[in-house]
Design a protein around this ligand. Sequence first.
Ligand SMILES: [Zn+2]
Length: 123
Amino acid sequence: MHETGLCDEIVRAVLRRAGKRRVAAVRVRATFAGHEADPEVVEQGFRVAAAGTPAQDARVELVTEPPAVSCRGCGAKTPAADALALVACPRCGGVDVELSGDTEVVVESISYQPDALTSEVPR
Ligand SMILES: [Zn+2]
């Protein structure tokens, strides 16, 4: 599945930053071209990819953004929020627009669990 490789990447990026700290929550911003990501699928995939790592209990907050459309006429970059932006530039009305076809994933923020508390919290 497409999301699986994506989740591996997210987990790798998180662990690189987190080191040995236990991760409480991760905020991920993703630009998807061509298909919508299901946040549940991504969270599940994250859990699988993060199993056995300090990030395994992390809550995943996925913020998805539409891919950007760049206009060759005026240089404007606009998010392809609606179908019209894919056809004509909202700024100059030019039709020489190009959809950036990249899937981009950015780990925006990571919050950590306070280590002193984790061993003593009753469940
Ligand atoms: Zn334009």
